[in-house]
Design a protein around this ligand. Structure first.
Ligand code: SF4
Length: 94
């Protein structure tokens, strides 16, 4: 997992309700977030600084902030999820 935004959760506090960050209670990421560069580990759990509730984000469809997958509409209007190759991502940064 990327540590590029390791400080993204700076100031977060563990509370009884969950991880409190900027007035939000953060929920841990879900399996669909695995591989996303935005996910940040805080102590023993991984959270998403972009979305307090990743599960809810994904319940509407693909997360539009995901760095590891991309939604594509097929001709029939179906949404297809394409995994992005890590090598492609690296190439973009060059
Ligand atoms: S940006 Fe989306 S896919 Fe990435 S960790 Fe957050 S909720 Fe998950």
């Amino acid at each position: 997992m990327s540590n590029g935004n390791a400080n993204a959760l700076q100031g977060a506090v563990k509370t009884e309700k969950g991880l409190s960050f900027k007035g939000f209670i953060m929920e841990p990421i879900i399996d669909k977030c695995e591989g996303c560069d935005r996910a940040v580990a805080f102590e023993d759990t991984t959270y998403c600084p972009s979305y307090a509730k990743p599960a809810r984000k994904w319940s509407y469809g693909i997360c539009n902030f995901a760095t590891h997958v991309k939604a594509e509409k097929t001709k029939t209007g179906e949404v297809k999820i394409n995994p992005l190759k890590a090598s492609k991502r690296a190439a973009r940064g060059r």
